[in-house]
Design a protein. Structure first.
Length: 140
């Protein structure tokens, strides 16, 4: 089984596509259904994040690209392949809604919480937009 060349970093594309590791695991579990992945929450990973990647514009471009990439992977692996993503978004919104705002009395704290909610909503919208455009462009 070969990896899809539409995913991963591609300098010729305007939007760098992602999800190559997602596809790797889909392929792995198709080939070896009994395979297991292991997570080590105590592991330390040193990962340099460049200044350009800590901006709102980068986050939104990355979210849009994620949506396009999910449109591609959902073609072969079905809408059910997006279960983890849906659960993550639900959990993020639940966590925000469950936050005890009674503890937040300072105006700056309130604005910070509202800013977080707005950024989360913008990222989700950018991802959904990328996914819809991916479907309309025939990526799926």
């Amino acid at each position: 089984m070969r990896f899809r060349s539409a995913l991963g970093m591609n300098a010729a594309e305007r939007w760098s596509m992602v999800c190559e590791e997602t596809e790797f695991f889909f392929i792995l579990f198709r080939l070896i259904p009994s395979a297991q992945t292991v997570s080590n929450p105590d592991a330390t990973v040193w990962h340099h994040v460049s200044k350009g990647r800590i901006s709102l514009s980068y986050l939104l471009k990355r979210a849009f690209s994620e949506g396009l990439s999910k449109a591609i992977t959902s073609k072969d692996y079905g809408f059910a392949s997006l279960t983890q993503e849906r659960n993550y978004v639900r959990g993020a919104f639940r966590e925000f809604l469950a936050y005890d705002r009674g503890k937040t009395t300072e105006f700056t704290d309130v604005m910070l919480e509202l800013s977080k909610a707005l950024v989360l909503l913008m990222a989700v919208c950018a991802t959904v937009l990328g996914f819809v455009i991916g479907h309309l462009r025939g990526y799926t």
